[in-house]
Design a protein around this ligand. Structure first.
Ligand SMILES: [Zn+2]
Length: 234
């Protein structure tokens, strides 16, 4: 598995905000861990996808621009992504730090983020490492409620009655993209797209690998310990 390790330095975060970035394949638990870390350290969880949806819903000028790209099925240009992101991170609740979810996606974005922020923040970048076979097992066992969208898992969090939602009693189903063949393809695409980003941070000595094959609680414990080791003041 991964043998690289990031330079561990302790930092004083009194003056600089801490920007936590989580990298990880689909099924690595990146989304879950982002939310948990956000609660643990009381740092806002910022997802560019959520920001897009929020701005579109509120019909802001920037939201309308974003929508015009998404409606065409096109990628939202970096300039617009940065505008929307900077509007969010300049708010008062981000002064101590924040967690970026789903950003950056490319080395170009990572480089630009660094240019714009490195004089005022510390970056803590983690790679949630999990075996493909574990991801396939995790994702292919997922069951989703037709009505309330609650997620169960055949092995780890089964519903009380097979095939029935504990919360609302509706039928559970398996998402069509949660079958092993589709999951393998999603993983392949992920690695192809994000390998350069991983290399970029690795080469700069900024990437800390986290073994993410354990339970969500175990992974959270490891992540929290690492963050506290690097930033004892949090
Ligand atoms: Zn339900």
């Amino acid at each position: 598995m991964t043998t690289y390790s990031a330079k561990v330095e302790t930092h004083d975060v009194k003056e600089r905000a801490l920007v936590i970035i989580l990298l990880g394949a689909p099924g690595s638990g990146k989304g879950t861990q982002s939310v948990e870390i956000s609660h643990s350290f009381n740092l806002p969880h910022i997802s560019t996808g959520d920001l897009f949806r929020e701005n579109i819903k509120n019909q802001t000028e920037i939201g309308q621009k974003v929508k015009s790209y998404l409606d065409k099925g096109a990628l939202v240009p970096d300039e617009l992504v940065f505008d929307i992101l900077f509007a969010r991170i300049s708010k008062a609740d981000c002064s101590k730090g924040y967690i970026l979810d789903g950003f950056p996606r490319t080395t170009l974005q990572a480089h630009k983020l660094e240019d714009l922020l490195s004089s005022s923040v510390h970056f803590a970048i983690f790679n949630l490492v999990v075996d493909d076979s574990a991801v396939i097992k995790r994702l292919s066992g997922r069951l989703v409620c037709k009505k309330c969208s609650r997620v169960f898992h055949k092995d780890s969090t089964p519903p009380k009655i097979e095939g029935v939602c504990d919360v609302c009693g509706e039928e559970l189903y398996q998402r069509s993209d949660d079958n092993p063949e589709v999951i393998k393809e999603r993983l392949r695409v992920y690695y192809e797209q994000t390998k350069p980003l991983e290399e970029y941070y690795k080469n700069k000595g900024q990437l800390t690998p986290i073994n993410a094959s354990g339970s969500p609680a175990e992974v959270l414990k490891t992540l929290k310990a690492k963050i506290q080791e690097m930033y004892p003041i949090l």
